[in-house]
Design a protein around this ligand. Sequence first.
Ligand code: ZN
Length: 141
Amino acid sequence: MTPDDERFLRRAIDLAAEARAGGNPPFGSLLVGPDGDVLAEERNTTLTDNDISAHPEQKLARWAARELDPAAAATTTMYTSCQPCGMCAGAIERSGLGRVVFALSTQQLTTLKPPTGPPPVRLDGPALFDEARVPVEGYYR
Ligand SMILES: [Zn+2]
């Protein structure tokens, strides 16, 4: 953790405070290029946008995948006020970002809020392999 890492993390914490002041859950993130330039910033807007996926990490990962080529994305660092959730971790992985630096860990966050979360979803499968494979076969080369 460098002094620059801590400076960018403090900005992420400021963005989290801004999200809270705007009526949303208190999370913020920014994406920084290899030369220390801030490429984009986001705040959680799940409540004001009525969008369960409007986590700042998710929005930045989607922005990077849309706006940066893979080589450029791999040089970026995401600074975020809290360890990314499972949904965001998947998006970050798919977006090809190079590094994530977070302030609060998931474990630390759980000490600061009541235990909540969606109930587990029932998953049934696999099924219909012979039919389901048809649109997939030959796509990946
Ligand atoms: Zn998330």
